[in-house]
Design a protein around this ligand. Sequence first.
Ligand code: ATP
Length: 359
Amino acid sequence: MANRVTLIPGDGIGPEVTEAAQRAIAATGVALAWDRQDAGYETWEREGDPLPRRVIESIRESRVALKGPTKTPVGGFRPINMPLRSEFDLFAGIRPCRAYPGVPTRHPETDIVVVRMTHEDLYAGVEFGRRDGATAELRQFIARTHGTELPGDSAITIKWLSGGACRRVVRRAFAYASEHGRRRVTAVHKANVMKESDGVFLEAAQEVAAEHPDIEFDDRRVDSLCCELVMRPDEFDVLVMPVFYGDFVSDLGAGLVGGLGMAPGVNLGDDCAVFEAVHGTAPKHAGRNRANPFALMLSGVMMLRHLGEPDAADRLEQAIVEVVREGRAVTYDLTPSRDVQSAAGTSEAANAVIEKALT
Ligand code: ATP
């Protein structure tokens, strides 16, 4: 029976790149039963809920989703990725950054994988607004217990990290390293400043590393890692970190391998996986047939491997690699001039991949 996959087109460039990815996946010959479910900003406008129950139910049944980016209005609802991550316990974000021949990069040897926590930390949404009554109470509590007086017009965002959640994601990073023949895992933190929260992460990473003597382990402070990455990315392999640092480091990684149009990813749990590119909705390109569909197609490659379809995955990846190497049917972001007028559009780039995947 065909694997069932929930397809969430999303907002902005999402519908264009998901359509392209869906067509490219079909060209490999693999049979998937797609269940299309709208979610995100437009769904919120239409249905009053950016993540209706039907979407949750579909993913619960499929246990695999391919998702386009979804827009989050500033001051509006929380990003739908947050409830998705908690609903399905998608505790690890895995974002490979690999420079394929032909992409615009100063570091063609880059081949790193960012594994980031998705639970806890600064993005968990535990926030206290300037005018919330609870904020005044919290300020008083901090003054009483810590001796620090926060200004009366402060807003507060809580960062926390627990040993259990840190160990779990670091174990996932080591598992990824052994499954993919990777030699080294680097824990990324700022434990010299955030001695308590990042200290928990570093200690957990060291504990888990001791269980894996076959894989090298070291750690870096996030600031010096960024400097080293832009100078010598080839010295790194698998990088594991809390969600906040992971947000920036994975965009940096994308920049090393040709940009956000080339950066795939997955949010992974023990029972469920949501495959999604690193990029957002890129509203200025939406509906203009300009966006690079390869990041989502490469997320599709990861999805096919997850579904036990390695031949289809190889076929699709190879087709993308060839189109990128030839450099003729690529979107503006992969061209030397970055000129949108003369570059191929989303659908032409997809057609070129499909032609290669079919032959
Ligand atoms: P959001 O608020 O949804 O994160 P954003 O535009 O702020 O949207 P991204 O969507 O991540 O952030 O994109 C930042 C920029 O990177 C875009 O404006 C665009 O120039 C480029 N970009 C992102 N994704 C793509 C893509 N698939 N193809 C081409 N360019 C892209």
